[in-house]
Ligand binder design. Structure first.
Ligand SMILES: [Ca+2]
Ligand SMILES: [Ca+2]
Ligand SMILES: [Ca+2]
Length: 312
């Protein structure tokens, strides 16, 4: 259906002068329209019926016989573009059609594509690393490549889990988080045993590791993530489950954001405008980056997630 037209009408009458035809138009300040042939007045267009286009997006609500499937959201109507989201933006009756709304996650030795909206996990391939150390975490670099780290190698992974070794690396002990910012700066976070200080590191694509700073009083639960504004977040264990922590990417100083409400959040993914978490117990979470609060979207009890990458 086309949007209705909320018209204000210029009323015109074409007059004929005695010395021949002309197209002189007269505007009349009245609520009726006369056609050019002097026919009967046409009814005034008064806009949509009351309560039928409350979001003013030009489409009538379904309860009024229209096809705006959400009359409280201007961005949702039959003319909108579908986006990776929890909404059916174009009112097609299907969410996220013809879009790839997945992000990569991995377990001990397998790569997955996770669709948090359709609540699906697609196996992508086995990861059989040369050193036989497992992949500790992954992220996507500025070119869209999947970068992973083991204790000895920096890898570029293909979408089927095969890889190319980018560099040898002496990965700091107990590293469990990796994130890449828009400048291809790689960050690593670690979880040292009780009594030892956990640190964050920066790594270049040739495998050079530098200390960024210490993460006290926190340690990395399993992942760090770079948001679209290049701010760095990580998960940190506590007695009441993991908490979301802000990490200053200049010196690794930390500030707690809030409790996620789940344990072992080993993967974080900033994708499609949302922050998702994946856990060692197969949970896929939607996390509020401002409060830390996590909501379980679904769980795959048969899977373990050890890391995740950003999806777009
Ligand atoms: Ca709407
Ligand atoms: Ca959508
Ligand atoms: Ca749709």
């Amino acid at each position: 259906m086309k949007p209705f037209l909320a018209c204000s009408i210029l009323l015109a009458v074409a007059c004929a002068e005695s010395n021949g035809p002309s197209d002189v138009a007269l505007t009349i300040d009245a609520g009726v329209t006369f056609d050019g042939d002097g026919g009967p007045p046409l009814p005034e267009d008064t806009g949509p019926p009351a309560g039928c286009d409350q979001d003013e997006d030009g489409f009538l609500a379904e309860h009024c016989g229209g096809d705006d499937c959400d009359d409280s959201a201007r961005g949702i109507n039959p003319n909108s573009n579908e986006l990776c989201s929890f909404e059916d933006e174009n009112c097609s009756g299907t969410n996220n059609e013809r879009l790839d709304c997945t992000f990569y996650a991995h377990g001990p030795n397998e790569l997955y594509r996770v669709d948090p909206f359709a609540e699906l996990v697609h196996p992508a391939g086995l990861i059989d690393t040369p050193s036989r150390f497992g992949v500790q975490d992954i992220d996507i670099d500025a070119n869209g490549s999947i970068i992973g780290v083991t204790r000895r190698e920096l890898l570029r992974l293909e979408s089927d889990g095969t890889y190319e070794v980018l560099a040898a690396i002496e990965t700091p002990a107990n590293t469990n988080g990796l994130a890449i910012n828009s400048s291809d700066q790689i960050f690593l976070t670690q979880k040292m045993p009780a009594g030892e200080t956990s640190q964050a590191y920066t790594v270049t694509l040739d495998g050079s590791v530098s200390v960024l700073g210490n993460l006290e009083p926190f340690q990395s639960s399993g992942d760090c993530v770079v948001l679209k504004d290049d701010s760095l977040l990580m998960t940190a264990p506590s007695d009441d489950g993991d908490i979301l922590v802000y990490v200053d990417s200049r010196d690794a100083s930390t500030r707690p954001i809030g409790a996620i409400g789940s344990n072992k959040v080993y993967g974080l993914s900033a994708s499609f405008g949302y922050l998702f978490g994946v856990t060692d117990e197969g949970r896929v979470l939607l996390i509020d980056a401002n409060t830390g609060a996590g909501e379980e979207l679904f769980r795959r009890e048969d899977l373990r997630f050890w890391g995740a990458a950003n999806g777009d």
